[in-house]
Each structure stands twice: as C-alpha cells, then as structure tokens.
Design a protein around this ligand. Sequence first.
Ligand code: HEC
Length: 456
Amino acid sequence: MNRINGRIAKYLFILLASAGVAACSNEPGTNPVAPTATPDAASVAGGSPASPQPIRKMDEDEPDEDNTIIITDFGVQPQNLKIDKPGVVTFINRSHTNRWMRSNPHVPGGHNTCPGSDGADVFELVGVLTPGQSGRTGVIIQQSCGFHDHLLKDPGIFQGTVTVEEGYRTALSALSAISLSPASVVGGNPSQGTATLTSAAPSGGAVVMLSSNNTAATTVPASVTIAAGSMSATFALTTAAVGASTPVTITGSYGGATRTATLTVTPVPAPSPSPSLSAISLSPASVVGGSPSQGTATLTSAAPSGGAVVMLSSSNTAAATVPASVTIAAGSTSATFALTTAAVGASTPVTITGSYGGATRTATLTVTPRMATVTYVNDAKPILDANCIVCHSGPNPAAGRNYTTYAGVMAVVTPFSASSPLIVQTQAGGGMASHLTAAQAEVLRQWVVVYGAPQQ
Ligand code: HEC
C-alpha cells in the first residue's frame, strides 16, 4: 500500500514538474529510425505498430508491482526503479500511444548501453508496446541502466533508470503470517505464536509488532524480533480464564504487511463430579452385644486413583467399635468394614458415622443384651400363638405356613441364622414386623440366632 501511495505521490510530482530532459541527442527530431538489426523498424517508423518479439498481452493479474514500470500519458512510474540483482523489469503501456523503451543513451552503433549476460541489450526484448501491452526486459545484471522512449524526440519524463542490487528484496521482507499453536486453549494455559516473514530478516533483525484485540483473555508481547537472516520467531501468548469460548484476534505487522490469527480461549471444562459418601449400611443392624456386625460404605461414584478413605466413628465405643477408616479401592464404589460389639445391660442404639468427599452419612446399630436361655416352648410359641396363628393356621394358612407347631415354625427357621425367613420377616423393615413389638421380635431373634431355636 505504501508503495502504491508513494507511486501516486511521485505521479503528482511528475505532473507538476513536467520538465523535459533532453535525451537521445543524437536522434533527429523526426520519427525515430530503428536500428538496422530490428527488421520491423520501418513499419514502426511508419506509424503502424509493429510487434517485435516478445510482446505479451497484459494479463488480468498485473505483474509484481515491485518489478514493474508503468508508462502513462504523463511519463514513466517510477522513474527510478530498484530491484534485486539479477532481475527482470516489466513495462506496461497505459498510455494512449505506442511506446518503445530502449536503453539510454545512444552509443555509437545503436542502443546497447545495458547488456545482459548474453551481450544483447536487455531492453530490446521489451519491443514496441501498443496501448495496453506489456513487455519484459532481459535479465539485468549491470548495476544501473538508463532507458527512454525511443519514439520521442525529447523523451523528457519518458525516461528513467533501473538499478539492481544483490539482496535488495531481502531487505524489504515483510510479515507473511502469524500462526498459533495450539489455536485453542483452555483459559489460563499458554499458547505459542510464530511470526514468519516473506524472506529472511535484514541485518539488525525484523521487529514484528504484535497486539491482541482482547487483552482480558489473551496477552502478547508488544513485539517479537526475528533475528537477521531468520525467517521466523516464536512468541508466548498468555491466556486468562473465560466464562465462554472467546475468539481473540492476534495481529502482527512488519514491512507494511499486517497478518492476523485467531486464538480461541475456552472455559475450564466442568469438573467430573468427585465421589462422596453415599451411604453407610449395617448388616445385621441389630446384634446381641458381643456379636459382630458388618458395615458397608458406599460412594456416589467410583473411588479415584489411590482409593477413597472413608473416616468412621461410633457414637458409643463401649457398645460398638469401628475401624478409624475404611479404604474403598480405586475404581470401586464400596467397601465393607467390621463392627465389634460388647455386652450391654439394655438395648443400646449406636450411631455409626462415615464421612468422605464432604458428605457425612450415618446408620444405627442396635446392640441388645443377651437374654437368658430362650426356648420355643417357653418364649417363642406364646408370641406366635398370640400374634401370628390368626393367619398362619387352619386348612388354608397364609403363605401356606402353619405356625401352630414347632415343626411348622422350623420350616422358616435355620438355627443360628439371621437370614431365616422368620427373623427377616419380623425384624424392623420386615413384612410381618407390624404384628410384633420390638421386644417380641428380639425374643424370636435371640431364640433363633443366639440359641439355635431349641424346642425346650
Ligand atoms: C393378617 C394376617 C397375617 C398375620 C397376623 C401374620 N402373617 Fe405372616 N404372612 C401373611 C401373609 C398373607 C403372608 C404371605 C405374603 C407375604 O409374604 O406378605 C405371610 C408371610 C409370612 C412369612 C413368609 C413365609 C415364607 O414362606 O417365606 C413369614 C415368615 C411370616 N408370615 C411370619 C409371620 C409371623 C412370625 C407372624 C406373627 C408375628 C405373622 N406372619 C403374622 C399373613 C399374616
């Protein structure tokens, strides 16, 4: 852009100056006479445009402006062009008449003041340009080459010079791209940017100016310097936590070129819910003091690596004790622990507490006193007769169970087993528990579990 603006400024200057410089002093003020080496010279001189080779039709795409001289009705732009050595210049005729750019000045024998590597004058390849046509010179190796419009008696501003310099374009390297890796980061994490030039940085290095359009989400250094001779350099991007996915435009500029890249800063993903204690359960929930029970600690989700240590406690360590903790193995959701009970004088509820992951859960263990010898005849039968046989007797007893005889009751009893249907049904939560008091249920329990259901 700057180059184009510069060219327009130069163009205006040319308009104002419009001073002619005498050139081609050895050419008469008549139509120019082409050198004898140019076969079409006569027709050119006669006014009908000839086409010395090579002349190309102008493309839609203009040639690289850095190596182009445009001919208008008001002169050549630029008059002094500097390009890489070796280089080729394209002339474009945007004026309304034929133009014939040839080397300047004349030397005896013709125009050959700017020979290329093959010895021939590099401007000869351009040939006569009709309006709209363009032509390329040969490869220019001589440091400075003058040219002028051979068709004019006084070329004036229709002349100029081309100078070549080794590595000239290198010194004019510009920013080619800004790239980011990764291009998407969770806020708070870093990213890395790379600034790349069109050609190696000049001596002293290339200082690429950097900016972020959202410094709350992403910051970049004010600039990054690409070392002399290098094509690129990296720089660090710092990001901050964001509430929602945020695109941030990172802009770099150098050598008149501005390039951007987009960094997407994303919110921290919602953490997977860490497990906490879901429940403490006890089995059995009621034991005669001195008998063991077993507890189970269950988590809301699988324990993390290293396991979950559930802290345990008993509200009455004289009646029931628990280990200080139980570890649930990584990946598991539960673990069991042993409860030890001691003899008690009266039925004693003990609260067993577990805690993990910010959750505290409890369960109640009832520790009961051990009764004196309990038998069917003396203890169980009177309770069953009074509360159960109303349904569980006769020709069609409930559930097909007749509890009027010892044998009938033993059909639902396994001696010493708390899993006996009689015990399961009559303990708290059992289907038949409503027909008994807690004390009566405890008698049936101790008869079966503690004493093994003796008849008498
Ligand atoms: C009001 C009627 C009724 C009373 C009273 C009653 N039961 Fe039942 N019982 C039933 C019925 C009906 C079933 C079968 C359906 C069920 O399991 O709920 C049953 C089932 C049972 C079972 C399960 C049987 C099996 O095959 O697993 C047991 C054990 C039991 N009762 C014990 C008792 C005891 C002990 C009592 C007294 C404390 C009692 N029942 C009082 C109606 C009764």
